[in-house]
Write a protein that binds this ligand. Structure first.
Ligand code: UD1
Length: 384
């Protein structure tokens, strides 16, 4: 039997995907012109890295979980590809479109499989470029964008990059930032979570900083990681620094014998990875954030929390242009100096990028509907 409506497949895999996909899925479901199916590759699988986010974001349970798990880049990417292809081959309905988000290994793996299966691909958060090919995410982004029929871009630089790479105008839409949709939607609940967490963590009423650290370039070499920790320890002499530890970072600290050094810095407060609402609440209340994450640079910009990025580059240059973010690399002296400078920043001067207004999911869902409607004959669906 032919289905009445086209099927849009939304793919997620790792922690930073969930908050970016939620508004697209929510808007597609609310508008009702297409059926949706949520597929989780299982790249992230721990309670703290995945299930907690689904609850915090009010995301429905995935319709499909491929359970791909961790591994080297090749193994993880290949595992997702094999499982996704096999699922697609057995699927009752053929998707009219597959939506992938962000730049993790699952993004590229599913993009490649969908494109080879001739399922039109949409990429949310397309076009970002750090111009640093040593970052696995940069390779994932570049390849995914080339495969995508629709590229939904968060900032002007992304659009410029894609045009320079030769993508035709009809593939591109400056749609805004779905992660910011999610932030704005959950801001009040996050403030309540943050206040409760702040009490539990004994952060007191004074200023504090938040730090996140997980990039291989910062945590995989003992000397670099020790240097960054030394800088954090110095910053923590001025104000407490909360450090929720990513599993990769925790594993490296233990294997490099650095865990004791961390415990000795009394101003550093170490926690397991935090859920979305707890983290967003604590970030909103912070005087400063130090991070090597991509998305946190964007969240900090909208929250007007001064941000020191522990990298030499950013694929999100608008956060620098808005005045709330600086690059400090992994050099301890630069990190400490940047933290001092950003703590003195006039926060109200931090700008908000165009279209980061809470409506990106709506724009994307409308555009997706238009695209799938154009491909699906009236009354026809994607029955396989
Ligand atoms: C991945 C993304 C990165 C993103 C980050 C957010 C890629 C190439 N990288 O990096 O862009 O910023 O997610 O967290 O896709 N682990 C657990 N539990 C989990 C998941 C992972 O313990 O639920 C551990 C495993 O030991 C694993 C390691 O973390 O080997 C790394 O996980 P992986 O998904 O390979 O990469 P991330 O470092 O999380």
């Amino acid at each position: 039997m032919t289905a009445a409506r086209p099927l849009v497949l939304v793919v997620v895999g790792a922690r930073p995907n969930f908050m970016k996909a939620a508004p697209v899925l929510g808007q597609l479901r609310a508008r009702g012109a297409a059926d949706t199916l949520l597929l989780h590759t299982g790249q992230h699988y721990d309670e703290q890295m995945s299930a907690l986010f689904f609850r915090d974001l009010g995301l429905p349970q995935p319709d499909v979980n491929l359970g791909a798990g961790s591994g080297s880049h090749a193994r993880q990417t290949a595992e997702v590809m094999v499982r996704f292809e096999s699922w697609l081959e057995g699927a009752v309905r053929r998707p009219a479109c597959a939506v992938v988000v962000g730049d993790v290994n699952s993004t590229l793996a599913c993009a490649l499989v969908a494109a080879k299966a001739e399922i039109p691909l949409a990429h949310v958060e397309a076009g970002l470029r750090s111009f640093d090919r040593s970052m696995p995410e940069e390779l994932n982004r570049m390849c995914t964008d080339q495969l995508a029929a629709a590229c939904y871009v968060t900032e002007q630089a992304g659009l410029d990059n894609l045009r320079r790479e030769g993508l035709a105008a009809e593939r591109l839409l400056l749609a805004g930032n779905t992660m910011i949709d999610t932030l704005l939607q959950h801001r009040a609940a996050a403030a309540r979570h943050g206040a409760a967490r702040r009490r539990e963590l004994g952060l007191g009423a004074g200023p504090y900083a938040v730090c996140t650290l997980h990039r291989p370039s910062n945590v995989d070499a003992p000397a670099t990681l020790a240097g960054v920790l030394g800088a954090l320890s110095r910053v923590s002499e001025r104000l407490p620094v909360l450090l929720p530890l990513h599993p990769r970072t925790r594993a490296r600290l233990e294997s490099f014998g650095l865990a004791a050094r961390l415990a000795a810095a009394s101003g550093l407060r170490i926690t397991p990875p935090l859920g979305y609402l707890d983290f967003l609440g604590l970030l909103s209340g912070a005087a400063l954030v130090l991070t090597d994450s991509g998305g946190i640079q964007e969240e900090a910009t909208v929250l007007k929390v001064p941000c020191v990025t522990l990298r030499e580059n950013t694929e999100r240059p608008v956060t620098l242009e808005m005045g709330g973010n600086v690059l400090a690399g992994a050099d301890p002296e630069r990190i400490v100096a940047a933290a001092e400078r950003m703590l003195a920043l006039e926060r109200d001067g931090i700008g908000t990028p165009p279209l980061w207004d809470g409506k990106a999911g709506e724009r994307i869902a409308a555009d997706l509907e238009r695209r799938v409607a154009a491909r699906v004959p009236a009354g026809g669906g994607g029955g396989s």
